[in-house]
Design a protein around this ligand. Structure first.
Ligand code: PLP
Length: 451
């Protein structure tokens, strides 16, 4: 039999559970209840095999910035596949899509991030970064500078290197991570960990953990610090205003390379093209993926500043992926960036949509279950709490309230994610004001059901 959208849902689910191992999913639970089968999508709306229209407040996995169903991207892919479906960029060869995208990225990126090393995903790009910063220091005669400092609860990918950079204890527990020479400090999560400090005091204190770690490990041993401008998968932890200026000062003072992982924050998510612009950060290296192609084709990369690129150019970096600069992915990314720019999607998201979303999102704090509500551009989070005044957590069953709320959202045709007892959103940048109203209304109803 032909497996198609016309098959009964239960049969598709049974085949799926029988043969398809899903990421971050318990296989027995999957077999028990069956995965939701998504069949098509347009704008911010997914349709499933039962005909439900679902508002996707996560833009897939934080990636469909342009929204679903843009035929121009499909056409760009088809054109490129017919002309040159594949060639690599190893061993002194190149092609026009890779050149054109590199040129475009150099123009879009802030400061002197004028060079790109392509990868197939964010995970691969962070593996590149790990090897690049160590190679950079070795080239400069300082091979002992190889420790990379990262943050607890960060998500930098699922490969061995990038998951080690990440700070998810559940991931480290499987497969013997982290690898050596990676050190984790705390993140500036004021709601959960700020105690009696003001957010500003706490932001400074958490930034200074970087300085303490550098002193403890030795300035001559630390290669780089990596962080997301806003920690995304860790629960949309928007840093207090004091945090990033202090981190920047410390990296400058101690000659530590700063890597901004903008896999989520890049391409409009925080209201500017890059989170580094929103938070006034000057990274030496920036990780990009997701919104680069709005998820229509797999592509990631490392944007590299002039100084680091110059040093790296003095050696052959023994590193690369079959799909580094894949021509079809580059062509799709170029078309995506053209539309984001020419239709003013990033500008409108920052100037009009983000303030409206913030106004509506903040109203959720009137709900008895909701403590703080945070927004950074078009990403946001709410903390679920049994007691707002003490900022209490659902300690004994951490994550359960979030899970119940997520399931309620599911039932109300709204995709929101939970991270422990935080609910997060990251809708397509093209979400309209009426769609935001619908999202808030469904979120409120789900909170009522979870309460
Ligand atoms: N970095 C960040 C900040 C991410 O959020 C993600 C994915 O969610 C990654 C890296 C990994 O990207 P990918 O899943 O494309 O490997």
């Amino acid at each position: 039999t032909l497996i198609s959208n016309h098959m009964p849902t239960a049969e598709l689910q049974a085949l799926d559970a029988a043969h398809h191992m899903h990421p971050f999913t318990n296989g027995n639970e999957l077999a028990g209840r069956g995965a939701r089968v998504i069949t098509r999508a347009k704008g911010v709306t997914l349709t499933d095999s039962e005909g439900n229209d679902i508002l996707d407040a996560m833009a897939g996995l934080w990636c469909v910035n342009i929204g679903y169903g843009r035929d121009e991207l499909a056409e760009a892919a088809a054109r490129q596949m017919k002309e040159l479906p594949y060639y690599n960029t190893f061993f002194m060869t190149t092609h026009v899509p890779a050149i054109a995208l590199a040129d475009k990225l150099a123009k879009l990126a802030p400061h002197d991030l004028n060079h790109v090393f392509y990868a197939g995903s964010g995970s691969e790009a962070n593996d590149t970064n790990l090897r690049m910063v160590r190679t950079y220091w070795a080239q400069k005669g300082k091979p002992d500078k190889k420790i990379v400092i990262s943050r607890k609860n960060a998500y930098h990918g699922s490969s061995v290197g990038s998951a080690s950079l990440g700070g998810m204890s559940g991931m480290h527990a499987q497969g013997g991570l982290p690898i050596p020479d990676i050190h984790h400090i705390n993140q500036p999560h004021w709601w959960a960990e700020g105690g009696d400090m003001s957010p500003e005091e706490f932001g400074l204190a958490r930034a200074r953990e970087l300085e303490e770690a550098i002193h403890e490990l030795g300035e001559d041993k630390v290669a780089a610090f990596i962080a997301e401008p806003v920690q995304g998968a860790g629960g949309v932890i928007v840093p207090p205003e004091t945090y990033w200026p202090e981190i920047q000062r410390i990296c400058d003072t101690y000659e530590i390379l700063l890597i901004a992982d903008e896999v989520i924050c890049g391409f409009g998510r925080t209201g500017n093209w890059f989170g580094s612009q929103t938070y006034n950060i000057r990274p030496h290296i920036m990780t990009i993926a997701k919104g680069l192609s709005s998820g229509y084709a797999p592509i990631g990369g490392s944007l590299v500043c002039d100084e680091v690129a110059e040093v790296m150019n003095d050696c052959e970096f023994a590193h690369g992926y079959t799909y580094s600069g894949h021509p079809v992915s580059c062509a799709v990314a170029l078309e995506n960036l053209r539309i984001l720019e020419e239709e003013g999607i990033v500008d409108r998201a920052g100037a009009e949509t983000a303030p409206y979303l913030k106004e509506k999102w903040d109203l959720l704090t009137d709900h008895p279950l909701v403590g703080e509500a945070k927004i950074a551009g078009l990403m946001g989070s709410i903390a679920l709490t049994p007691d707002k005044s003490s900022r209490a957590a659902f300690a004994a069953d951490a994550g359960t309230a979030g899970l119940i709320c997520r399931e309620a959202c599911f039932g109300n045709n709204l995709v929101m994610r939970h991270v422990g007892d935080r609910m997060v959103i990251s809708p397509p940048l093209v979400i309209t004001k009426p769609e935001i109203d619908t999202m808030i209304e469904r979120a409120w109803r789900s909170l009522d059901q979870a309460h």
